[in-house]
Design a protein around this ligand. Structure first.
Ligand SMILES: Cc1cc2nc3c(=O)[nH]c(=O)nc-3n(C[C@H](O)[C@H](O)[C@H](O)COP(=O)(O)O)c2cc1C
Length: 354
C-alpha cells in the first residue's frame, strides 16, 4: 500500500504502555486469504465512497475500503451510475465490492459477475436503510426475515470462490434486535467477516450507537467483526474497540472531507503519535481529489460531484457558508481549482480542524 504522506505515521519509538497493550491485544483482521494492513475500514457510502475517494483513503492508511453498493439487478448493469460504481482500476487491494438486492439467485449472479470484473471480496449490504433499497426489501429491511437472510448468505457464499462479507444493523427495530441471530446465521453460512452498524433500521441515524449490542455479537461469534457507528476520532475508535472487543472499526460519515482520518485512527491504534494535517497538506489532498473527480466523471459531472466533497473539506472553516455558496456556483474544473487555491491561501495561517 502506498502511503503518500508518511509523516502521518511517524510515531514515538517507545509507544505508551496503553498503546502497546492495545497493539498486542488485537491481531490484524484477516478476510479469507487477505490479511489487512490495519483494522480500520472505510464504510461503504453510496454517492461518497467512489473510486477517487476510496483511493485517497486507502493511500492515506485505511486498511480496507469497500465500493458503493451495486444493485444485483442485471438490468441496471449498463446504467451510468452502476458503470461508475463498477470501475475498480488501480483500486488498492483487496478489492471489496458491495452488492445489494433481495433475491438469493440474483445476488449470487451479481457476486459472480463482480468477481469476473475483478472483485476480490464480495460484501452483502444488509445495513443500508436507503428508501430505494428498502422499497425492494433489500438492505437492512432483510434483517426481519431470518430465513431469507440464511438463504441469501448460503447461496452467495456457495456461488463464488472469494470471501463474502456482510454488513448489518443490529435489527429491524428496537423491539426486534436480532443482530446476534443474524451474525450466527452468517457465521454458519461461511461469511468471512461482519460489519455492524450499531443501530436498528428504524433508528436510522438517531440516538447513540449501541456498542453493547456489537459487544454481544462479538462475544457470540468467532469471525472478525468491525464495529461501526459514530466513530469520528482516533480516541473514540480505541474506546469502541475496548468496549466491544471488535477486531476492527468501520468509519463512515466522519471520513467525509477527511480522507486521512482512517489512517490517523490506524496510527493511533498502533501506538503512533498522530500528526495533524496542516492546511497546506489539506490543500494538496483536496486538489488531488478534485483532479481525480474531474478525470473520473468527466468535466460536467465531475464539477457537480466535487461540490459536496469540497463542502465537507471546508466545514469548520471561517466563512464556510459563503465559501461553499461561491464554490457551488462554479461551472468548470479550472474555476474550481482556482477557487480552492485562493481559499487555502486566504486561510493559510488559520488553524483548520484536522
Ligand atoms: C451517504 C451515505 C451513504 C451510505 N451508503 C451505504 C451503502 O451503500 N451501503 C451500506 O452498507 N451502508 C451505507 N451507508 C451506511 C454507512 O456505511 C455506515 O454504516 C453508517 O454511516 C454509520 O457509520 P458512521 O456513523 O461512521 O457514518 C451509508 C451512509 C451514508 C451517510
Amino acid at each position: 500500500m502506498q502511503i503518500i504522506f508518511p509523516e502521518y505515521r511517524l510515531g514515538s519509538m517507545i509507544p505508551p504502555l496503553f498503546h502497546t497493550m492495545l497493539c498486542i491485544a488485537f491481531l490484524m483482521p484477516r478476510i479469507g486469504p487477505y490479511k489487512l494492513a490495519n483494522p480500520v475500514a472505510l464504510a461503504p457510502m453510496a454517492g461518497v465512497t467512489d473510486l477517487p475517494f476510496r483511493r485517497l483513503c486507502a493511500e492515506m492508511g485505511a486498511g480496507l475500503v469497500v465500493s458503493e453498493m451495486i444493485s444485483s439487478n442485471p438490468r441496471l448493469r449498463d446504467s451510468r451510475k452502476t458503470a461508475w460504481r463498477s470501475v475498480h482500476d488501480f483500486e488498492v487491494e483487496p478489492r471489496s465490492v458491495q452488492i445489494a438486492g433481495s433475491e438469493p439467485l440474483e445476488l449470487a449472479a451479481a457476486a459472480q459477475y463482480n468477481v469476473s470484473q475483478g472483485a476480490q471480496i464480495i460484501d452483502i449490504n444488509m445495513g443500508c436503510p436507503a428508501k430505494k433499497v428498502c422499497k425492494k426489501a433489500a438492505g437492512s429491511a432483510l434483517l426481519a426475515d431470518e430465513a431469507l437472510v440464511k438463504d441469501i448468505l448460503h447461496t452467495v457464499v456457495k456461488s463464488v470462490d472469494v470471501p463474502v462479507t456482510l454488513k448489518i444493523r443490529t435489527g429491524a427495530n428496537p423491539g426486534e434486535r436480532n443482530g446476534i441471530n443474524i451474525a450466527r446465521i452468517a457465521q454458519d453460512a461461511g461469511i468471512a467477516a461482519l460489519a455492524v452498524h450499531g443501530r436498528t433500521r428504524a433508528c436510522k441515524f438517531e440516538g447513540e450507537a449501541e456498542y453493547d449490542t456489537i459487544a454481544a455479537i462479538v462475544a457470540a461469534t468467532e469471525f472478525p467483526v468491525f464495529a461501526n457507528g459514530d466513530i469520528d476520532t482516533p480516541e473514540k475508535a480505541a474506546a469502541v474497540i475496548r468496549r466491544t472487543g471488535a477486531a476492527g472499526v468501520m468509519v463512515g460519515r466522519a471520513a467525509q472531507g477527511k480522507p486521512w482520518l482512517c489512517g490517523q485512527i490506524a496510527a493511533h491504534l498502533s501506538g503512533e503519535t498522530i500528526v495533524s494535517v496542516t492546511p497546506e497538506k489539506q490543500f494538496a489532498i483536496l486538489r488531488r481529489h478534485l483532479l481525480a473527480l474531474h478525470d473520473f466523471y468527466g468535466e460536467f459531472m465531475g464539477v457537480r460531484i466535487a461540490r459536496k466533497h469540497v463542502s465537507w473539506y471546508l466545514q469548520g472553516q471561517p466563512d464556510y457558508r459563503s465559501h461553499r455558496a461561491a464554490f457551488n456556483g462554479l461551472q468548470t474544473p479550472a474555476e474550481q481549482l482556482q477557487q480552492i487555491t485562493q481559499l487555502f491561501n486566504i486561510d493559510r495561517h488559520k488553524e483548520i480542524a484536522a
